[in-house]
Write a new protein. Structure first.
Length: 266
């Protein structure tokens, strides 16, 4: 059993002149507070990197291109998330969301949408009752080099930013028809310290692409998958690098809640 994570509030105030322009586009974002890198934690905990949940009867997810075992990037335990995150994701108040990738990126292409070198999956609560223990999961990596598993950090808490706004890469497309002076003011405000992402792992909010933002289309309905589940920034210390220091996003279809996709945004 994992207890809910403690949540602290970071209010973000919109200046009155920009309230009408920005208010309707604000989203709530949750910056994850990470523990020390390399500190072991439970297989059901919310974490970045390390060893995640596997059921007693399953192996590590395998890359569809090279057949090698894939590596955990992030695991979210919904039981530890705030109730409004649970409501937004529409998957209930229990279960796991996991992102795995193949680290042989030069050959396997996990930078492509819906690539077989990546796996985003939802594990419902009823399927996590029979979990492999940590050492058992770790033994599955024995034939791999040490750098094939990302350094683990447990999420210790959550900072709730009351308002998150589109970043520069998509701000102009969201805010159409503004005069030049207002547009410059909006850009300056959205780039200030209070509006910036404070953690390498953020749940919800807007995509954090500085130069590019790409929303994949749901294979079920063809609609853009604009709901952000989690963003993970490149981390050199963790050797978790996405291209030229990109941010990886997991997005979700608003109509098909168990359809997820991973994209890179610079």
């Amino acid at each position: 059993m994992c207890n809910p994570l403690p949540v602290t509030e970071q209010p973000v105030t919109i200046p009155t002149p920009l309230l009408d322009v920005l208010g309707q586009h604000a989203r709530v974002a949750y910056d994850m507070t990470l523990g020390e890198m390399g500190e072991d934690c439970g297989v059901l905990d919310t974490k970045i990197g390390g060893i995640g949940f596997l059921s007693e009867d399953e192996d590590l997810p395998r890359c569809g291109n090279c057949s090698g075992p894939m590596t955990l990037v992030v695991q979210l335990n919904l039981a530890q998330m705030p109730s409004d995150v649970q409501e937004t994701l529409g998957l209930g108040d229990e279960g796991l969301i996991q992102l795995y990738v193949c680290k042989e990126e030069d050959d396997c292409g996990h930078y492509e949408e819906f690539s077989e070198a990546e796996l985003v999956r939802y594990v419902p609560a009823e399927d996590i009752e029979n979990a492999r223990d940590r050492d058992d999961v770790l033994s599955l990596y024995e034939d791999r080099e040490d750098d094939k598993v990302f350094q683990e950090s447990q999420v210790k808490g959550i900072v709730r930013r009351s308002r998150d706004f589109p970043k520069a890469a998509e701000l102009r497309s969201v805010l159409k028809g503004l005069d030049e002076e207002t547009e410059d003011t909006v850009h300056e405000y959205c780039d200030n310290e209070a509006c910036r992402v404070k953690s390498p792992v953020t749940v919800g909010g807007w995509f954090n692409g500085k130069e590019t933002v790409s929303y994949p289309k749901c294979p079920e309905c063809g609609e853009p998958m604009t709901s952000t589940v989690v963003g993970i920034e490149s981390d050199e210390d963790r050797e978790m690098l996405w291209g030229d220091y990109a941010t990886v996003h997991v997005s979700q279809c608003l109509h098909h809640r168990r359809v997820f996709a991973m994209t890179w945004d610079y």
